[in-house]
Design a protein around this ligand. Structure first.
Ligand SMILES: *Cc1c(COP(=O)(O)O)cnc(C)c1O
Length: 532
């Protein structure tokens, strides 16, 4: 710990040296922090990085509707393009650059072996419309992953096609709606219970399917209030949607009793399994009485998913819901693999199709590579290390920051803002100051049940010395905030990032969506003129 603090002090000293005179550089750059214009503001119109042949003269088939003006493409040489995007990439904080306390929900380390396997010829270049006889290995791969998911969750069936967690929720809740329909109870059971700490996608899914969402409060231990849940259960309830471990990073310790109460009331138990990484190999959701659960392959089993995709959200189903699993699924006849598609003769009453083709093949491949490279023992260790790392952070910070709940956590350490009381520093200020320390801030202001929440998920793959430096930075910021005289400095943070604090309201209300076209009209391009 001492060692890592030395390191971080050394670094801060290097940057903040107050003796260095401020200089206005000619370029506006500050050493390696290079001001980067938009690509449309660069270069010269008409310049091109490749040597394209003159297009052949063709007869106008557009009835004279020809473009009169310039097309307005940026004109850059190949090195200019490469340099532009490389410089932009260096402004991003990335999972490959350092500790990323947002955790698996946003990004965790993606072992490179996954990428290697996903790009193997015969996997990376498959086409979904290839004849089934040419993709036997791919079908076996999907089936093998399905087998792992059923085994790890202790559930008899899995629908592989949903394309993300929220899509999986839709699939599972549609299966529940179909099961209620089959019992003639769909009209009567309109209510879906969602704990206050639920991920926003839970109530959204229920509402999208026409259910009425009823919130269930949390108790002072950050778990579902069992008495309130029991009081809300009745003949009008279709299901509960519960996240376990929940969004406060806590195991729902009364989950078995919750499941019994829900089933006694004739309702179904949907579990949001996005946090499966905290319990994989240790707990089988099937043993807890869960009827269906989506698994975010892109979270638990790694694979890059920043920037909106792709993901994969297979849903495991209990025996009661398995008959409603959507098409398609993989079938083995002798030694031949095939796909049960819409209209196949099957037992059960499939929901139909939720997605074109078979699901997210690239994600399936990466997830299976992750699972098989860890093995059963390694997966158990993933959960143990994820929980150990979060508890290490919790233990190392609980005397200076304020844990939201007492006791150990699962894979996430949750703090509230009470340690900042009367300092004039807010959760947001604290997070911005972390940027100056070289860290991407943790999840802030979520879950909503905790005031000024700061949710830290280190994941299983961060090294102890890196965690120590992260902890050292947070302790140092906390101490500075608590001096009571640092509020102004915190409000000014970040100081060292390419951009300072932005007026986010103004940016949202009055976005600047135009660029200055390059001042260099076509014809003025010296490179082009030289060529002519
Ligand atoms: C991420 C997440 C979801 C939604 O998953 P997507 O793949 O983003 O659709 C749902 N619930 C919880 C608890 C999550 O963390």
């Amino acid at each position: 710990m001492a060692n890592s603090q030395d390191r971080s002090q050394g670094r801060a000293g290097g940057i903040a040296s107050s003796e260095a005179p401020a200089i206005n550089t000619f370029t506006g750059n500050r050493a390696l922090q290079i001001e980067e214009p938009l690509i449309f503001e660069m270069g010269q119109a008409g310049r091109c990085g490749v040597d394209l042949p003159e297009p052949p003269k063709v007869k106008d088939r557009l009835n004279g509707m020809r473009r009169k003006g310039d097309i307005g493409l940026p004109g850059l040489s190949e090195p200019q393009v490469v340099q532009h995007y490389t410089r932009l990439s260096q402004k991003n904080y990335a999972i490959d650059m350092g500790v990323y306390p947002l955790g698996s929900c946003t990004m965790k380390h993606n072992p490179r072996i996954n990428e290697k396997v996903a790009r193997l010829p015969g996997i990376g270049d498959l086409h979904p419309l290839q004849p089934v006889s040419t993709v036997q290995g791919a079908l076996e791969l999907i089936d093998r992953l399905a087998h792992w998911l059923k085994t790890l969750t202790g559930m008899p069936a899995v629908a592989m096609s949903p394309a993300a967690g929220a899509h999986g929720e839709m699939c599972g809740m549609m299966a529940i709606a179909a099961a209620l329909d089959a019992k003639g109870e769909r009209a009567q059971r309109k209510v879906v219970l969602a704990p206050e700490s639920a991920h926003g996608t839970n109530p959204a899914t229920a509402a999208a399917l026409g259910f009425v969402v009823k919130p269930i409060p949390a108790n002072d231990r950050g778990r579902v209030d069992l008495a309130a849940l029991k009081a809300a259960l009745g003949p009008d309830v279709a299901a509960i949607m519960l996240t376990n471990p929940n969004t406060c990073g806590l195991f729902e310790s009364e989950i078995v009793e919750i499941s019994k109460a829900v089933h006694t009331a004739g309702a179904y138990f949907y579990c949001d399994g996005a946090n499966f990484n905290a319990i994989v190999g240790r707990v089988r959701p099937g043993d807890l009485g869960i009827d269906c659960m989506h698994i975010n392959l892109h979270k638990t089993f790694s694979t890059p998913h920043g920037g909106g995709g792709p993901g994969a959200g297979p849903v495991v189903l209990s025996a009661a819901l398995a008959p409603y699993a959507p098409y398609p699924w993989i079938v083995k006849n002798g030694d031949k693999w095939s796909v049960a598609e819409d209209g196949a003769k099957v037992d059960g009453v499939p929901l139909g199709r939720l997605k074109a083709f078979h699901g997210q093949m690239g994600m399936f491949t990466r997830a299976l590579a992750y699972i098989m490279s860890h093995g059963a023992d390694g997966l158990k260790q993933v959960a143990e290390d994820a929980v150990l790392n979060a508890n290490y952070v919790m233990a190392a910070l609980k005397d200076v920051m304020s844990p939201a709940f007492e006791g150990p956590c699962m894979h996430e350490a949750l703090f509230d803002d009470s340690f900042l009381k009367d300092t004039g520093v807010s959760t947001l200020d604290f997070a911005k100051a972390m940027i100056d320390e070289g860290y991407h801030p943790m999840t802030m202001y979520f879950p909503l049940v905790v005031h000024g929440a700061m949710l830290i998920e280190p994941t299983e793959s961060v090294a102890k010395e890196d965690l120590d430096q992260f902890i050292g930075a947070l302790r140092s910021l906390t101490e500075r905030a608590k001096t009571g005289t640092a509020a102004e400095a915190f409000k000014a943070a970040p100081l060292y990032s390419p951009r300072r604090r932005l007026d986010e309201t103004l940016a949202a209300r009055k976005p600047v969506l135009r660029w200055k076209p390059s001042n260099n009209p076509p014809g003025s391009d010296p490179m082009k003129q030289a060529a002519e």
